[in-house]
Design a binder for this molecule. Structure first.
Ligand SMILES: NC(=O)c1ccc[n+]([C@@H]2O[C@H](COP(=O)([O-])OP(=O)(O)OC[C@H]3O[C@@H](n4cnc5c(N)ncnc54)[C@H](OP(=O)(O)O)[C@@H]3O)[C@@H](O)[C@H]2O)c1
Length: 322
């Protein structure tokens, strides 16, 4: 496919991060089978980033997409510290850095262009106009099909969009993380920017999935500490009741709630059975009464625990994102 567009990506994409790290171990051959199953079931949007497994994820995606590259809208990201490069900043939106990281990603992905290239985090030290200006040049050169931002605040989205149309904003959004509804989501709607919802299952919590393996990053996340899990489980019961009543799973209700808002969730899973169950949410329509019931059970800001550990939160707070 040549470029990202809302109509080209359907109702859900597939997030590949967990195939390299974050939620326990994954085995490459099984991961490739899972990506193939996603494509068979009609998924087109494949989401990766250079930092996922420090290049491992992009190489894995390249293997899975061999001979199938044209069937997908391939999205990757740059801007977060990569490898042990001593010159690297935690967040880097320098134009030359964007170009260098893209060339590396294209090599790992085994393609001459990606369909959507995101700035992974906004760099407080580099004007967004400079970063997006370079991304626009990369687009002119045919190396990227469209420009995306991730976790950008409204003012930055507007400034970026004035330099070159931004095709997609990718930010955390789920029924237990609704802060974007305050002004970021309305800004994307006003400007006609597609909203891609990452961690749509609350990193597994909204699928009843809690960390069990030692190398699961959620052990460092405030929302997965025992007290927060207990507090959040009380409201989880509300969505569970809806799911039971409708004969659905909690994960399906959570995804259908996002789809009803016309955003594109990109859940990640290492398991084909979970993938199939998640994609079944594409045909679920929650009625207005159910949506109101769910909204009332999960008011904005009511989830116990912050959504990221302090160091990762700092990269958001540096540019005014909560
Ligand atoms: N832009 C950014 O800064 C950013 C940040 C984070 C993520 N992302 C992107 O968003 C994608 C999705 O986010 P995410 O992976 O963080 O969180 P997520 O999709 O909300 O949750 C993933 C977790 O849910 C579990 N899960 C998924 N479906 C399930 C089901 N039906 N039943 C039980 N458990 C289920 C997975 O475990 P199993 O593997 O065991 O199924 C995994 O532990 C990532 O892959 C990545 O591409 C972007």
């Amino acid at each position: 496919m040549t470029a990202f567009s809302r109509s080209a990506v359907g109702k859900q994409g597939y997030g590949c991060m967990g195939l390299s790290h974050s939620y326990g171990r994954a085995e490459d051959e099984a991961s490739i089978r899972t990506i193939h199953r996603a494509l068979e079931l009609g998924v087109t949007l494949i989401d990766t980033a250079n930092v996922y497994g420090q290049g491992h994820n992009e190489e894995l995606v390249a293997r899975a997409l061999r001979g199938k590259r044209d069937a997908v809208v391939l999205a990757t990201k740059f801007g977060l510290r990569f490898g042990d490069d001593p010159e690297d900043r935690r967040v880097n939106g320098e134009p030359a850095y964007a170009r260098r990281r893209l060339e590396e990603s294209l090599r790992r992905l085994g393609t001459d262009h990606v369909d959507l290239y995101y700035l992974h985090r906004v760099d407080p030290l580099v004007p967004i106009e400079d970063t997006v200006g370079e991304l626009a040049r990369l687009k002119e050169e045919g190396k990227i099909g469209a420009i995306g931002l991730s976790e950008a605040p409204s003012d930055v989205i507007r400034r970026a969009h004035a330099i070159h149309p931004i095709a997609a904003l990718q930010s955390e959004y789920s029924i237990w993380e609704r802060t974007v509804e305050e002004d970021i989501l309305p800004t994307t709607q006003e400007l006609g920017i597609a909203f891609v919802a990452y961690s749509p299952l609350g990193r597994g919590f909204l699928a009843g999935n809690l960390p069990t393996e030692a190398d699961d990053r959620r052990h460092q996340h405030p929302r997965f500490q025992a007290e927060a899990v207990e507090a959040n489980s009380r409201r989880f019961a509300a969505i569970e009741a809806v799911a039971e009543r409708l004969g659905l799973s909690v994960a399906q209700v959570s995804l259908a709630w996002l789809i009803a808002r016309d955003v594109v969730p990109i859940p990640g899973t290492r398991h084909i059975a979970n993938l199939e169950a998640n994609l079944a949410a594409n045909t679920i329509v929650l009625d207005a009464a159910v949506l109101t019931e769910l909204d009332a059970a999960f008011p904005i800001g009511s989830t116990a625990g912050s959504r990221y550990p302090a160091q990762m939160r700092a990269t958001l707070e540096a540019v005014g994102v909560r």
